[in-house]
Design a protein around this ligand. Structure first.
Ligand SMILES: *Cc1c(COP(=O)(O)O)cnc(C)c1O
Length: 397
């Protein structure tokens, strides 16, 4: 991660096709487009790569989450279980529908703890939304069993984990619905973009309509389309999709570069007795976009992270103090700071997060350092970086 590091001729060629025809819109204009349908082409390639029946592109990963939830009929007052360690998009996408984000602890996988999830289930719960943060997954088997037992949907936020797998299935394809982001810093990028994948025909039909104002996409006359329900505009443009066509074709190349660099770093850090690694559930394979590890205490992790920075080792993250990714800094959610009035269901239903006990999350995330794995680092650079990291961590702990 990220795919923009390896942006080149293939991406330019795809974009040029779109610029040559001048059709920047994914629907219609059949006669003008010289046969180029970049969004459709990327959807077909993504569905195939993800072993899913359907893929539908939208304007962002956040839009993908909202569209996925909407396509399954999630609305006002429905509860969606999500982790304390994620990106703010998780609760934004839920709140956009008037539904309620229910935050739940993470464990040593740095994703949803199934036993904490079970405790949070109420008669309003509709969805469990694990987030495959930093390229790795929760115990999806345990979450699937909970979904079966309580009649819930499993929606995977695979925005940071494209290319990873679980029990042989691509991440994103395990749940009822899966979402990807192709924003500028993700493993593959469209500039901005996202996708919903599903095997469920009804959800797919809802998703493509909902993300284009509710248009039914029947027939060639855009103006004559019916609108079976209310929608919104979450469309992707052909320019963005064109970049994605080139990037998706390189996904396996990107993953193998990440994997090589990840293992160089992991092997080097393994000799440090204080370092333990994030748990990957049985049957899971990461996409190797980050290497995440624990130090024995919060103080040691903070000290090591600071020392890495002052010694010029960039791209290492301490999420515990991060504004975007950890619940401690989400006061806009805790204090319900909306521009307008929030729906009554949300005001009433939102738990008081200033009082919730997330000490289990604090225990894990407070001790975590994650190192971004760049595609552009050569084997030699990676070995030097790994050696430096070991030295810095050893002298700081
Ligand atoms: C990036 C990201 C999103 C949102 O994607 P955008 O395309 O930036 O809207 C959602 N969830 C996670 C875990 C992400 O990392």
């Amino acid at each position: 991660m990220p795919g923009f590091e390896l942006f080149g001729d293939k991406e330019r060629e795809q974009v040029r096709d779109v610029l040559d025809s001048g059709v920047l819109m994914r629907y219609g204009f059949d006669g003008m487009r010289n046969g180029h349908w970049k969004a459709k082409e990327l959807e077909a390639a993504l569905a195939q790569r993800m072993q899913s029946k359907h893929a539908h592109l939208v304007s962002s990963g956040t839009a993908a989450l909202t569209v996925a939830l909407a396509s399954a009929g999630i609305g006002a007052g429905d509860e969606v279980i999500m982790p304390t360690f994620t990106f703010v998009a998780s609760f934004e996408s839920i709140l956009a529908l008037g539904a309620i984000p229910v935050l739940v602890d993470v464990d040593d996988t740095l994703t949803l703890d199934p036993s904490a999830v079970e405790k949070a289930i109420t008669n309003k719960t509709k969805v469990i939304m694990p987030v495959h943060m930093c390229g790795s997954m929760a115990d999806l088997h345990a979450l699937q069993q909970l979904c079966g037992k309580h009649g819930l949907l499993l929606l995977e936020d695979a925005c940071q984990a494209i290319g990873g797998s679980y029990q042989g299935k691509p991440l994103g394809s395990v749940g009822d619905l899966g979402c990807f982001s192709f924003d500028y810093v993700k493993t593959i990028t469209c500039g901005e973009g996202g996708a919903v994948i599903t095997n469920n025909e009804a959800y797919y039909q809802n998703a493509h309509k909902y993300s284009d104002h509710g248009h039914d996409h029947i027939g060639n006359d855009r103006g004559a389309e019916q609108h079976p329900f209310l929608g919104y505009n979450f469309r992707i443009s052909e320019l963005n999709a064109a970049v994605g066509v080139a990037q998706l074709a390189r996904l396996d190349e990107f993953i193998s570069l990440q994997k090589r660099n990840y293992h160089i770093l992991r092997e080097a850090l393994s000799i440090v007795p204080e370092v333990t690694f994030r748990r990957v559930p049985d049957g899971g394979e990461e996409n190797y976009s980050f290497l995440s590890f624990f130090l024995p205490s919060e103080e040691m992790a903070q000290k090591a992270h600071k020392a890495l920075g002052t010694n010029g080792v960039d791209a290492c993250f301490y999420w515990y103090n991060n504004n975007w990714h950890y619940y401690r800094k989400w006061e806009h959610l805790t204090d319900k700071k909306a521009l307008g009035k929030l729906p009554e269901e949300v005001i009433k239903g939102l738990p008081d997060y200033s009082k919730t006990d997330f000490s289990a999350s604090d225990y894990w995330v407070g001790r975590t350092i994650s190192c971004l794995i760049k595609l552009g680092w050569s084997e030699k650079e990676m070995k030097e970086r790994a050696k430096k990291m070991v030295e810095v961590i050893q002298s700081s702990t």
